[in-house]
Write a protein that binds this ligand. Structure first.
Ligand SMILES: C[S@@+](CC[C@H](N)C(=O)[O-])C[C@H]1O[C@@H](n2cnc3c(N)ncnc32)[C@H](O)[C@@H]1O
Length: 240
């Protein structure tokens, strides 16, 4: 599969991108330009149609695919915590990896966007609205998954501008609290041999505390580092 998309090819899909091009370069600092370019990428590369929430986080789609590729083989029963408005990972897991997908989202508005994106792409995703729960009290007891994955909120406190608080704040000293609660609750929802995978940034204190606390819970941890555009990302994979 070809990963990425030339600007001239993106233009064929969304001619309105033209107004954000200067000297052959796309102005990625412009939010509308990023939205249009990402829509073109998901359409051309994955055959997926996404509508982005006007205020939500706009994430590079290829990084999400690479992350999924670090732990999915195809056909697994999976649970995603926090689809965001795009629901792109849940849709890719269902459409490209043939997974049976369950997914949750806490924000009312993102949930509605996620639902429409799932419907628009005609994939089966069981989308569940969280009211503050992560897994316990939300996913029926006895339900188990081969993989539970998430791009969790991971900032220690609200950041200026880029993300809304619900997308961003993981809590704890290094932003680890959300991830640790997810890991703890996952224990009762994994099939034998099942795993949890977290998409995390390249921040050593955060990675270290999540790894150490995960090990204390009884997980074995593997860290797969990858480059997405200019950024280093980590797929932390936890197995029992
Ligand atoms: C960093 S964003 C990731 C969004 C998307 N999955 C992605 O990869 O771009 C985290 C998402 O988790 C959602 N979220 C936060 N707390 C949650 C909870 N308790 N249950 C479900 N979703 C939650 C946020 O609203 C946000 O959409």
């Amino acid at each position: 599969m070809r990963m990425g998309l030339k600007i001239k090819d993106a233009l064929k899909i969304f001619p309105e991108l033209q107004k954000y091009i200067k000297n052959g370069k796309l102005d990625f600092s412009n939010r509308e330009a990023r939205i249009l370019y990402n829509k073109a990428v998901v359409k051309a590369v994955f055959g997926i149609e996404i509508e982005y929430h006007p205020k939500g986080l706009i994430t590079p789609p290829i990084s999400r695919y690479i992350f999924l590729k670090t732990f999915l083989r195809g056909g697994e029963k999976v649970l995603e915590i926090g689809t965001g408005h795009s629901a792109l990972m849940a849709i890719i897991a269902a459409k490209l990896f043939n997974c049976e997908v369950w997914a949750t989202e806490i924000s009312e508005e993102f949930f509605e966007y996620a639902k429409r994106n799932i419907e628009r792409n005609k994939v089966q995703v069981k989308l569940i609205k969280s009211r503050g729960e992560i897994i316990k009290g939300l996913i029926p007891e006895g339900e188990t998954f081969d993989v539970i994955f998430s791009a969790p909120p991971y900032y220690e406190k609200p950041t200026k501008g880029v993300l809304t608080a619900i997308e961003a704040v993981g809590g704890g000293k290094y932003g680890e609290e959300f991830s640790l609660r997810l890991l703890k609750e996952s224990m009762d929802y994994l099939t034998p041999g099942g795993k949890v995978s977290l998409f995390l940034p390249d921040k050593a204190p955060l990675l270290n505390v999540v790894t150490e606390e995960g090990e204390k819970m009884g997980y074995k941890v593997r860290d797969i580092k990858f480059k997405a555009g200019t950024r280093i990302r980590h797929s932390l994979i936890f197995t029992i």
